[in-house]
Design a protein around this ligand. Structure first.
Ligand SMILES: Cc1cc2nc3c(=O)[nH]c(=O)nc-3n(C[C@H](O)[C@H](O)[C@H](O)COP(=O)(O)OP(=O)(O)OC[C@H]3O[C@@H](n4cnc5c(N)ncnc54)[C@H](O)[C@@H]3O)c2cc1C
Ligand code: FES
Length: 369
């Protein structure tokens, strides 16, 4: 398992696209070839994500994260991209990506992975909505293959059947594991034969599902991936039912803030000689660098660090993925958002540098820690 202490640092490599397959009218699956020489860089735990970096015509470089949607397979890496209405990269990717193209891909990261250490078979449950199925598909495949008696229950919400990604793959898994995989498709804009599986997956419906289809006392590990509101709702309901937070993993694709997220990387800052500054020192790959940041600019450590080193790790720049984390070794910061770090990581001094604004004159962080 890639843990915070043993984790390799995220780095970008050029990968060739082997195949692009349409999953629905608004989603594609992209398979990359991973050459033998990069096999170690691209090894991953089911549930992790990569980031893609590219320059689009008329735009600066964009980075977007995509969860890997299959259990590990030698020599390849597969992600699925769903169109985010009005979204820059997903719209471009769905119209333009083709086999043979090369993209800059970041080595896998993330902690939306199974953390169970059991000497008995386990029951896993996932609640996924829309493109939130991507990491969950990898988790379903790998956990069911991992032990002959493991079970997986999946509640998967979509607007309509036509919108649903990976219907065939899930049906194939159900054929392969008829007694061990329970699939509950919830459709919000189409009627299903059961009322419970029709309409919005709100707190009442979730509670009903937990009282009739899935029983929390029979579950070892929970995975939740979908829009911010759904993730919060499921976490709250599970907490109310006494499910220990340590048994719940969740992944957010966005912070759910209305409008465009405040991107905390690559923001131009005006520097002038007379101004009060914070002095930021950071260690990365064994080398230490220092940069100053005007106090008035309110910029993140990541934004400042990128001025002197282009390879400082980040992906979402919005506080959800955790790629930019580092240990705060000196000074104080105000961390605006944190949807990625676990309490245990916070206790060890980790901060999200894309969200951390210095509040002391001098600040030091260590990306290698
Ligand atoms: C860990 C992680 C894993 C992820 N995995 C997946 C995955 O497996 N599959 C997947 O499809 N996605 C995934 N995502 C989401 C993905 O990274 C992108 O955020 C998504 O594809 C949208 O990118 P975009 O460039 O198309 O949209 P952006 O251009 O970033 O826009 C995002 C949204 O903001 C809106 N917007 C843009 N500009 C404005 C504006 N000026 N005012 C108001 N609103 C605006 C857009 O309409 C759009 O709805 C993941 C994200 C994370 C953090
Ligand atoms: S880059 Fe994603 S949390 Fe900072």
């Amino acid at each position: 398992m890639v843990t915070t202490s043993t984790r390799r640092r995220a780095t970008f490599h050029s990968l060739v696209i082997a195949e692009v397959r349409h999953l629905t009218a608004d989603a594609i699956e992209v398979t990359f070839e991973v050459p033998e020489s990069l096999a170690h860089q691209f090894s991953y735990e089911p549930g992790q994500y990569i980031a893609i970096r590219t320059s689009l015509v008329g735009d600066a470089s964009v980075r977007r994260s995509y969860s890997i949607c299959q259990a590990p397979v030698e020599g390849q890496l597969r992600v699925a991209i769903k169109r985010d209405l009005g979204g820059i990269f997903s719209t471009w990717a769905i119209s333009n990506l083709r086999a043979g193209m090369q993209l800059e891909v970041m080595s896998p990261e993330g902690s939306f992975t199974s953390q169970l250490v059991l000497d008995r078979p386990a029951h896993y449950v996932a609640i996924a909505a829309g493109s939130g199925i991507t990491p969950v598909l990898a988790l379903v495949e790998s956990t069911l293959a991992g032990h002959p008696d493991n079970r997986f229950s999946l509640v998967y919400s979509n607007r309509t059947a036509m919108d649903t990604m990976f219907v065939d793959e899930l049906a194939d898994l159900k054929d392969r594991y008829p007694a061990r995989l329970a699939l509950y498709h919830v459709l919000t804009r189409e009627r299903r034969s059961s009322d419970l599986l029709s309409g919005r997956l709100d707190a009442a419906k979730f509670r009903e599902i937990l009282g009739s289809l899935i029983f929390p006392t029979d579950v070892d590990e929970w995975f939740i991936c979908g829009p911010f509101d759904l993730v919060q709702l499921c976490r709250d309901e599970l907490a109310a039912l006494g499910v220990d937070a340590s048994a719940i993993r969740y992944e957010l694709f966005t912070t759910g803030e209305p409008g465009r997220p405040t991107v905390q990387a690559g923001r131009p800052i005006e520097l002038s000689a007379e101004e009060a500054v914070h002095t930021i020192t950071f260690r990365l790959d064994g080398t230490t660098a220092t940069v100053t940041s005007p106090v008035h600019s309110n910029e993140s450590i990541l934004n400042a660090a990128l001025r002197v080193r282009g390879d400082v790790p980040f992906a979402c720049a919005g506080g959800v993925c955790g790629t930019c984390r580092a240990v705060l070794t000196d000074g104080a910061v105000d961390m605006v958002e944190n949807y990625a770090l676990e309490p245990e990581e916070l206790a060890r001094g980790y901060v999200l540098t894309c969200q951390s604004i210095p509040t002391s004159d001098r600040v030091a962080v260590d990306y290698d820690a």
